[in-house]
Ligand binder design. Structure first.
Ligand code: LLP
Length: 384
């Protein structure tokens, strides 16, 4: 898109507008994902020279076609639940099990048992499993999720580092973990950190690497540093993506100083966000005092990010892309809450019942966070 090419070329959904209007007419509310754009973003991640291996954080979008596309692009998978692990294994039974990294949080004992039996990489983000279920882990190779002591991200809900976050092993526990590792004959193969989501500071991953290196020195024998996901993208036209070039340069400096490590990253949002749009249709219009409402046939049941994080995604009337924006409106869904707003104070053309409304950059944390609230089925998914 414009951000990654630096050229004034149309966005993928502007180019495929006719096709999208047909899909919306046939399918009702739906997410549409563009495979070529998925590939382009996979290419950008693979192009980060100092990174040896990228895993796709499939919590962002677990659609099977999306997973197949990334598999073809040579990505592994970061899974937060045994359900995600099972989906990967169902789709790719022959995958090398070490291309899957299981990074659960407060998961039940049974999920660790299953993951170890499957032979996938397992990450512990708490000392409790080692203390309480030592027999599970004796002699195993493990990853540890470290809390580097600070968080970052687009909203307080998605900052996952620092003393007020539930994630990760704090650095003051490393000595104790090292002791347990010795008793249980563990090999700590990798260190992992993920400090938050929607990070635009390109130096963040190098800072994480430096802290993980310090922890690795304390533990000894660490081969892999997994620097997490969190690669920020723009949600609307007024923002920019994370600067991948600067990120690459800073990681190259780390790599030069520490060639002893294999470096992994695990982005979710960056790989899928731009490739997805949500299509919904205008149902009714309303003017109440000074406020104008454009009502559409799906809302927070399909896309909760505006309600949950105040996210401000680009929204257009796809049926009237060429008409001037002549009014300011709130775009709202049919759900029984005042928070059911997809966009507030948006410049819009004179919309009419039946128009197709497109919400852009919704490929990440869209459908996966949808619900059947009000018994309104959420938007379906289509890959083109
Ligand atoms: N690795 C771990 C361990 C994670 O917990 C996450 C995201 C990722 C990788 C991928 O992060 P990403 O590259 O997508 O930022 N629902 C929120 C985002 C929650 C992210 C949770 N963890 C949103 O819509 O903004």
């Amino acid at each position: 898109d414009r951000e990654t090419t630096g050229r004034e070329q149309p966005l993928w959904w502007e180019e495929r507008r006719g096709e999208l209007l047909d899909i919306a007419a046939e399918s009702g509310p739906c997410y549409v994902y563009d495979r070529e754009t998925l590939k382009k973003y996979a290419g950008l991640i693979r192009g980060i020279g100092p990174v040896d291996y990228a895993l796709y954080a499939m919590k962002a979008n677990a659609n099977p076609e999306v997973l197949r596309t990334f598999r073809e692009q040579g990505l592994g998978f970061e899974c937060v639940s045994i359900g995600e692990v099972r989906r990967v294994l169902d789709l790719f039974p022959d995958i090398d099990r070490k291309e899957i990294l299981f990074t659960p949080n407060f998961a039940p004992r049974s999920e660790y048992e299953e993951a170890l039996d499957l032979g996938i990489n397992v990450t512990l983000d708490n000392i409790y499993p080692l203390q309480q279920w030592p027999e599970l882990f004796r002699g195993e190779e493990l990853f540890l999720r470290i809390d580097p002591g600070h968080g970052h991200g687009h909203h307080k809900h998605v900052k996952t580092g620092g003393m007020h976050s539930k994630f990760g092993i704090p650095r003051f526990e490393i000595e104790e973990v090292a002791g347990l590792a010795g008793e249980l004959d563990l090999s700590i193969k990798g260190l992992h950190a993920h400090i938050g989501s929607g990070i635009k500071d390109p130096l963040s991953w190098k800072q994480t690497a430096i802290i993980l290196h310090k922890v690795a020195r304390q533990l000894g024998g660490v081969e892999i540093l997994d620097l997490g996901g969190g690669f920020g993208i723009r949600e609307n036209d007024t923002e920019a993506h994370l600067d991948i070039r600067e990120l690459t340069q800073s990681l190259a400096q780390f790599r030069e100083a520490h060639p002893e490590y294999t470096l992994w990253v695990e982005p979710g949002r960056f790989l899928v966000a731009v490739a997805g749009v949500l299509l919904t249709t205008v149902t009714q219009l309303k003017g109440k005092g000074k406020v104008k409402y454009v009502g559409v046939d799906t809302g927070m049941n399909s896309f909760i990010r505006p309600a949950l994080y105040g996210a401000r995604h680009t929204i257009v009337d796809l049926s009237r892309l060429d008409e001037p924006n002549s009014q300011s409106v709130n775009i709202v869904g049919p759900i029984c809450e005042s928070g059911d707003k997809l966009g507030i104070d948006r410049l819009f053309p004179q919309a009419a019942e039946g128009d197709v409304v497109l919400i852009a950059n919704t490929g990440a944390y869209g459908q996966v966070m949808s619900s059947h609230y009000n018994l309104r089925p959420p938007a379906q998914e289509i890959v083109i």
